[in-house]
Every structure is written in C-alpha cells, then in structure tokens.
Design a protein around this ligand. Structure first.
Ligand SMILES: C[S@@+](CC[C@H](N)C(=O)[O-])C[C@H]1O[C@@H](n2cnc3c(N)ncnc32)[C@H](O)[C@@H]1O
Length: 311
C-alpha cells in the first residue's frame, strides 16, 4: 500500500456532505487516526470551526498532531477512548457538539506496522492493542484461554465456521509469540477459498476481543447521542457486519416513537424518537473510491440527526 492510500480517509466527501461542518461549529472526531476526517472538517469549517480529536493509540495521536499542526488551536487531542467522550468533552468546551464522527476499527498505518501485530502477513509480536500501554494482548488470549473460550471467541467475533477445529489446533500447538506463527499454524490445517487467508477471521476475532471493540461501539454511540447538540449530526463508518449491526439497530431503535399506548406503563426505554435517520440505507464507497483505496470496499456509513424538541 502506498503512503497516499495509507492516509486517505474513507468516504470523506460523503461524511462531510452529511455532517455539514460550518464556521464556529464544534465537532468531535472519536477516532482521529491519521487525521483525514478531522482535516476535512477543519477545512470545511474554516476559519473558526474546532475539533476535539480522540484516539486510544498514542502513536496515531502523535502522527495526527504533527499532520494537523497547521490548524493550530482549532484542534485539540485527547488520548482516550471515544466511549469516554462524555467525561472529557464538557471540560474542554465541547459540551454540545454540532457533529460527531466515528470511523471504527483500525487504520492502514496500524495494519501495516508489523510491530503492532495486527497483520497475519507480517511477522510481529501477537499484540493487537490499540493502546499498547494497557490491557491483555492477543498472545495473552491465545495462550491462556481454554479451548472452549477460544472457540466461542472465534465464532462470536470472527463468525468463523471452523471455530472449534481451529481452537483445538491452537491449544495443541501453543504457546504462540508471533503473528506469522499463528497464521502459518492455521493455514497449515484449514482450507478457505484461495483469495481469503485462513487466519482472516481469527485475526479479526482476536482484535475485537483485545480491544473490547463491540462494547466500545455500544458505549460510544450512547455517549455521542447523549452529548450531541439538538440538530447535531452523528456519522459512523463501520468495517464489518458485527459493528454495523450495532450501529444500525441503535439508530433504528432510537428513531422510533417508543411512547407507550394510553393506559400502558412507561418503561426505562419509553419515549419519543430522539434521532432522525439521514441515511435509510448504509452508504458504501463508489467503484472509483474502491479502485483507489481497496480498504473502503467494506465501509458502511450511517448518519443520524438528533431531534430538536420545541419548548
Ligand atoms: C479507521 S482509523 C481512523 C482513520 C481516520 N478517520 C483518518 O481519516 O485518518 C480508526 C482509529 O480509531 C482508533 N480507535 C479504535 N478504537 C478506538 C476507541 N475505542 N477510542 C478511540 N480511538 C479508537 C484506532 O486507534 C485508529 O487510529
């Protein structure tokens, strides 16, 4: 992958067209990565729009900070999960942001760096943590979970059809320390269609488990919807069906009127619709974008507006 592709934000025009950044606006980028979406928001909201940019990965933040230095104080960086935006944003002047973007998963920079351990194509430590300063690594999981726990993990987070067979194989061959050891062990015994590496789903499952990605998406959506100013827009890009399902179901649920019929008691979930769907179906990358940046092929963009209630 060349450097240009590494830093090309996915679905940038579509995100900007629906987020509609304006001068003086306040925006949150929950996953700043290489800073592509943040740069687009800052350009479109010039000269006074501001962005609060989160990332769990200190290396990504350092890179984005350097790349976005030209925007000066219009961008502020936070080393934390987007799931915690509700705690940070009000303290930093972003109590009711006009727009929030979440571009989920991992960046090409992370995938392409063997030392991070995300890729089965490159020899590196079995790590996979977005924040390398805390939490269990992929090696910790693969070497210590029971065969049943591993099978469940591969099935639940990788939708891997051969989860039980792979778990048995892994437990018989461990300990593993590197990405290629694990990938080669799986490839030696598991058969998949030629264009799909047999370790693809296992690597996805480990990454999701190591980073608690699905829980983070649930918490991050709740935090973003709570924080957003009335009339503000939330744009979420997901890269696999497990994430997209959570985004789709959350948006659908909260865009429906949940007021109980007369005579029925209210529950914790009752209430009027609080979101308006701006994308009835997920937006996908155009063939031109996919040709330029193959990573965009699996991207799904969903956008909602927080409903303003009159007094
Ligand atoms: C797909 S990349 C974002 C790319 C970015 N939009 C750009 O234009 O360059 C996803 C980023 O989200 C970060 N990330 C993943 N989970 C996170 C979380 N829960 N909180 C904050 N950042 C997270 C990753 O470290 C990675 O840098």
């Amino acid at each position: 992958m060349n450097t240009r592709q590494e830093h090309t934000p996915v679905l940038l025009h579509e995100v900007l067209a629906l987020l509609l950044p304006v001068r003086n606006g306040r925006y949150i980028d929950g996953t700043v990565g290489a800073g592509g979406h943040t740069a687009g928001i800052l350009e479109q909201s010039a000269p006074s729009g501001r962005v609060l940019a989160f990332d769990k990965d200190p290396h990504a933040l350092a890179f984005a900070q350097e790349r976005l230095a030209c925007f000066g104080e219009r961008v502020t960086f936070v080393h934390a999960s987007y799931a915690k935006m509700g705690q940070f944003a009000p303290l930093m002047g972003f109590a009711q942001p006009d727009g929030i973007v979440l571009d989920l998963g991992l960046s090409s920079r992370q995938l392409n760096d063997p030392a991070r351990g995300f890729s089965f194509m490159k020899e590196g430590p079995l790590d996979m943590r977005f924040d390398p300063s805390k939490g269990e690594t992929a090696a910790d999981l693969i070497n210590n979970l029971s065969e049943t726990e591993l099978a469940d993990l591969f099935w639940q987070y990788g939708e891997e059809q051969q989860s039980r067979k792979i778990a048995r194989l892994v437990v018989g061959a461990r300990p593993f320390t590197t990405t290629t050891q694990l990938a080669d062990c799986i490839a030696g015994h598991i058969h998949t269609p030629k264009h799909i590496h047999p370790a693809t789903q296992v690597f996805q499952a480990l990454r999701i488990a190591v980073n608690h990605e699905l829980e983070e998406v649930e918490k991050g959506l709740a935090a973003a919807i709570e924080l957003l100013a009335p009339g503000g827009h939330l744009a979420v890009i997901s890269f696999h069906s497990l994430e997209d399902r959570i985004v789709k179901q959350t948006f659908r649920h909260l865009s429906q009127d949940r007021t109980p019929p007369p005579g029925y008691p209210a529950t914790a979930d009752s209430g009027p619709a609080i979101l308006h769907l701006l994308t009835k179906k997920a937006i996908q990358a155009s063939p031109v974008e996919i040709a330029q940046n193959p990573r965009s092929r699996s991207a799904r963009l969903r956008v909602v507006e927080k409903i303003e209630f009159g007094d």
